[in-house]
Design a protein around this ligand. Sequence first.
Ligand code: ARG
Length: 493
Amino acid sequence: MDIRGRRLKRFDSGASRFYSSIGFDGPIARHVIKINTAHMISLVKAGEVERGVGEECLRFLSKETPRPRRAKGAEDIHQLIEQNAVDRLGVEIAGFLNLGKSRNDQVASAVRMELRERVIRLLEAIADLQAALLKIVRKFGRAVIPGYTHMQHAMPVTLGHHFSAYFDAFQREIDRLVQLYARVNVSPMGAAALAGTSVAVDRTAVSDFLGFAGIVENSIDAVSSRDFVVEALACSETIMLDLSRLSEEIILWSSKEFGYLEVSDEYANSSSIMPQKKNPVAAETVRAKCGSVLGSLVAVCAILKALPYTYNLDLQELTPHLWRGLDDTLASTIVTAGMVGTLKFDVRALRLSLKGDYSTATAFANYLVKAHGVSFRQAHAIVGGLVRMSVETGTPFELTISKHLSPLSREITGKPIHLAQGVLNGVLDPASSLHALSSSGSANPKFLQRGVEKRLSQLESNRSSVRRIREGLSRADALLLRNVNSVLKGVKK
Ligand code: ARG
């Protein structure tokens, strides 16, 4: 539809293809129809449009399924729907559709509505991933594994403690998305092009019909602001960063060098030439998508930078990045939930990896402080010296300790320390070292059960918040439908 306005010449078709959004307006099409519907109801109720006109428009909108591929030269989905209405009803009727609204408030509203749904789906997917993580904690939680710092064996922890940490990280992602949702879920409608309108539109009623929690008060803010797009992609990227770290561990842990786990067949592929291969390709793809989503985030920041208020067509260019970033994040979360839920752990390999790795050296040093009154720095020096001797001579740690603890402690502290073999074995055993951990939130297995219960109820409350959000949107749909029907019924044929 070539809305000429003040222009005399037809537009250049190459140029109009270049600045058209019709190719990527698909995701907002149904929202644009809903917005037109809600707006028309408010026009009829305010007496700005005659009921008969309103009825025809509403009937048209209730049947309209715009096909962006047959755009008839329309620049975007907003024009296409209006054009279809004009073709069907004539301009004397359909020409009222755009009274008191603009594509500027409409597109901002439609993008918010679509984003809202994607945030909900993401919340559900993250909850599924949390459930998969908890399943591991419950099934293999007590398995003792090496904890790493700098990718070196550091101290023993449990598999349950490790995966509970991921659960908690994803809880923060949920919290961030819930906050994001509240900022997305406000209606720009009624701001019109930028200044508001002299037409009597009931902004709050339109907002209610569309399921928003309220309106974006300032009309300029309503059409100009896209910080919610940046925030949505920033939330997506922090999710992707968490997912990429988890994926990287799955990739490493499934390698021959680690051998701690196996990815289930559904999430791996084979080599076209090497028959023995099982590649953790789903995890690799998640790791890569983290970079793609970052690209989308950077793109929207670069587009928004220094963009003057109010609406500029530059804003249109944000939308494909938004959908791409959210699609990648959702798909990555869903696949990771499936992959994590089907991981097969080799608990024996995990236990064996702790053999001779000195990862209870800290527990040993703490024991010397507690039982023998040396300072921690002195204990650190004694144990460090013993580890060096053991590594240099290739002698097992226990043997090195029984031979050299007493002379070395005398050298460092002036007093020899003697340890009974039984005590030593207890102190150096990875599993017993965990039981000595007493700080809250530590890897002591005695905290596992309570942690599982707490996280299970967290998961339940995550799921019920999403249910409440969905119910709110369904209630708004029902309200809109009731109002459409009441306009239609009020018309005498
Ligand atoms: N297609 C545009 C977008 O996606 C909305 C149209 C606003 N165009 C305009 N000339 N005011 O942002």
